[in-house]
Design a protein around this ligand. Structure first.
Ligand SMILES: O=C(O)c1ccc[n+]([C@@H]2O[C@H](COP(=O)([O-])O)[C@@H](O)[C@H]2O)c1
Ligand SMILES: Cc1cc2nc[nH]c2cc1C
Length: 349
């Protein structure tokens, strides 16, 4: 695990002061202003700059799909991995217009290994998780391996030029795992964090809430109070592999000094885990968007984050995070490139 320095408070203050001297009424660029100031603190520069971005789409399968908790069959996970590699998924198109490279991290997809591809990172820890209602999703050592797979993927993206990093996810069944992990880490009830995922009907939704409740009960039997237990052990109980890998992406991206951007509900469960492992992450973490999945708002509140966008997305793949890249680039460009009142000879009020 990487040790993370807190973002620099002195730069935060200096960037705020510079923001006030720029040729605009103070506050008139709204939340873009604080985003720019946060970027300055992360980069330790009053004039932040952002170039190319990258998204690591972590993919894995979930034993809990046996309980009928998704609107789609588990085979969609490997099929979508092929689609990401062929460039045909939503995240590929959004990444293209947002200036982001797409890396696909196979951290636990079920089925045959994928053929080699330059943007595929093969790092399968196991073939899908165990069914979290009946058994631990994975062993603690496997959770650590999934975290490290995410960290290594982030380091590769950074070494290949990323200046801004998002995590994305693909895993049929993962909103069940994300709900269980979120409820466990935040001390919430299953019904408060369980949503309809890919779009389950009323009967499957009722089943899903029960599955999350039973999983929490089982995990409590193993670990006691889940809010106080070792967060990586809680994640091992409830999964999933791609959620834990997303935590690793955030930790290593932030350790490399990059702003890191959360996506929807499954990825933000990874962000919660990462923030529990390393509280200094908060200074580096942005919320790309607010997902329609109701538990996402609870996660954002717990992380103290206002999402940059709110477009009713509920896809995952990192789509909402990558969509926010241009907003963050604009926030950096404003603070880094605008003239001050003095420089431009504009009269102050
Ligand atoms: O990002 C989100 O908020 C989000 C909300 C609903 C569904 N998803 C995606 O849909 C899949 C999980 O949905 P489900 O119903 O199979 O649990 C998984 O591949 C996620 O990326 C993602
Ligand atoms: C088609 C499809 C694409 C996805 N991308 C992320 N989760 C997904 C779930 C489905 C079902």
């Amino acid at each position: 695990m990487s040790h993370l320095l807190p973002v620099d408070q002195a730069f935060l203050e200096r960037a705020r002061a510079r923001q006030l001297r720029l040729t605009k009424p103070p506050g008139s660029l709204g939340r873009l202003e604080e985003a720019g100031v946060r970027l300055a603190a992360i980069q330790r520069s009053e004039k932040p700059r952002l170039g190319p971005g990258a998204v690591v789409v972590a993919a894995a399968d979930h034993g809990v799909t046996a309980e009928g908790v998704s609107a789609y069959p588990a085979e969609v996970t490997p099929q979508m991995v092929q689609n990401f590699l062929a460039g045909g998924a939503a995240v590929n198109q959004i990444a293209r217009v947002a200036g982001a490279e797409v890396y696909v991290l196979d951290v636990g997809v079920r089925g045959p290994e994928f053929p080699a591809h330059e943007r595929l990172i093969p790092a399968r820890v196991r073939s899908g998780t165990g069914n979290l209602v009946r058994e631990p999703a994975m062993r603690p050592a496997e959770a650590l391996a999934a975290l490290q797979a995410g960290e290594n993927a982030a380091r590769r993206a950074v070494s290949e030029g990323a200046t801004l990093l998002a995590a994305g996810d693909m895993g049929i069944g993962n909103t069940t795992a994300a709900a269980a992990l979120t409820a466990a880490l935040l001390g919430l009830l299953a019904a408060e964090v369980t949503g309809r995922g890919t779009g389950v009907d009323d009967a499957a939704y009722a089943r899903k809430v029960q599955v999350v409740e039973r999983a929490l009960e089982r995990a409590r039997g193993e670990l006691g109070d889940l809010e106080r237990a070792d967060p990586l052990e809680v994640a091992a109980q409830l999964g999933g592999l791609e959620i834990v890998a997303a935590a690793g992406v955030f930790l290593a991206g932030a350790a490399a000094g990059l702003p890191v951007v959360a996506d929807g509900f499954p990825v933000t469960a990874g962000a919660l885990l990462a923030a529990r492992l390393e509280p200094n992450l908060s200074g580096y973490l942005f919320a790309g968007h607010r997902s329609l999945e109701p538990g996402h708002t609870r996660q954002l509140e717990a992380l103290g984050l206002e999402p940059l966008l709110d477009l009713n997305l509920r896809l995952g793949e990192g789509t909402g995070a990558v969509l926010a890249f241009p907003v963050l680039r604009a926030a950096a460009a404003v603070l880094g490139g605008m003239a001050t009142f003095d420089e431009a000879g504009v009269s102050e009020g």
